[in-house]
Design a protein around this ligand. Structure first.
Ligand code: GLU
Length: 315
């Protein structure tokens, strides 16, 4: 039996509002062309609304190979996402990155004695994070990266600095999907190499799972009726919903715990512990909350208490 929410797959048959959202591209700097009143801007906050992070003077971390190399070259190379509203977004016009994860990356750079404005950001997809850290492509990674035991065998994690939970994003007119149990026979999209993808595959095998490199492609597929739901962390989905409030909604309660960590090369315990110290200090001095309020807080969720740092033994 067909649902009322199902329409032919061709974009040409989609409602006008949907076509507008897709054609304008949720994540391009041209979003204002859609003329949607009341939508938050696509670009991140203005630079003067963001905290200024004091750079640690005379900081040294000779026990860290990663820090030593970064210090010699004069800047850090940090892996992030570029299509996750309020978390990690790249302005296609200027190449500037913004969002909560980007702010975490910047405050960590300041604590490591390297001015945040010197950071070279690299966009790395979920499936490529471990390899990027293992082969030295990046010094650390800040991008909705869940700490778990499997990944800890491959990389190190400082933090956590934020606690998210897996949730579901659907079209506004969808009335039958409220939680993961309702996904049986439905097309659900997630990012390859992510924990939400793995959880649906393992725990909800009746769902028809579709994987792409990024969640923004999943969201485009949702808007054009190619899939029925997108699943990943609530923090990410709330951002997409806030950008297209007339088209999309987040449903149900989070059904996992996703503690976000800063990925570091495996075995660089000196860097990991320095980042743990830095996170703790930035939470205490108010920078963490200021950064949250200027980024992820814009999606409407007030700043939570950051989770306790898990300073696990040297590995
Ligand atoms: N936090 C989850 C993960 O690390 C989903 C978000 C993401 O893919 O970055 O897999």
């Amino acid at each position: 039996m067909f649902r009322t929410t199902r329409v032919p797959r061709a974009l040409g048959a989609a409602p006008r509002a949907v076509r507008c959202a897709v054609l304008c591209g949720l994540l391009t700097a041209l979003a204002t062309a859609c003329g949607k009143e009341g939508s938050p801007p696509t670009k991140g906050p203005a630079a003067d609304e963001l905290p200024h992070y004091r750079v640690a003077r005379g900081f040294r971390l000779p026990g860290s190979r990663t820090w030593t190399r970064a210090h010699q070259r004069g800047h850090l190379v940090v892996g992030v996402k570029e299509d996750q509203p309020y978390l990690g977004e790249k302005d296609p016009a200027t190449g500037t990155y913004s969002g909560f994860d980007v702010e975490i990356a910047r405050m960590m750079s300041a604590s490591l004695g390297l001015p945040p404005k010197t950071i070279r950001f690299r966009t790395i997809a979920s499936a490529n994070r471990e390899t990027a850290l293992q082969n030295g492509q990046i010094d650390y990674y800040v991008g909705t990266y869940t700490i778990n035991a499997n990944r800890r065998r491959l990389v190190g994690f400082a933090g956590p600095y934020y606690m998210a939970g897996q949730s579901l994003l659907v079209r506004k007119g969808e009335n039958d999907i409220h939680g993961p149990r309702d996904l049986a026979g439905e097309r659900v999209c997630s990012a390859a190499g992510s924990t939400p993808y793995q959880r649906i595959k393992g725990d909800y095998p009746k769902a028809i799972l579709v994987a792409y490199d990024t969640y923004s492609v999943c969201v485009d597929n949702l808007l054009t009726y190619q899939v029925d739901a997108v699943t990943t962390d609530d923090a990410i989905l709330i951002g997409y919903a806030a950008k297209a409030p007339g088209e999309l909604k987040v449903v149900g309660r989070p059904f996992s715990k996703e503690p976000y960590g800063i990925g570091v090369p495996h075995g660089d315990n000196a860097l990991r512990f320095a980042l743990d110290d830095a996170l703790e200090a930035r939470e205490k001095n108010g920078d963490w909350k200021k950064a949250y309020d200027a980024t992820l807080g814009l999606s409407g969720v007030p700043a939570p208490h950051p989770p306790a740092i898990d300073r696990y033994p040297a590995s």
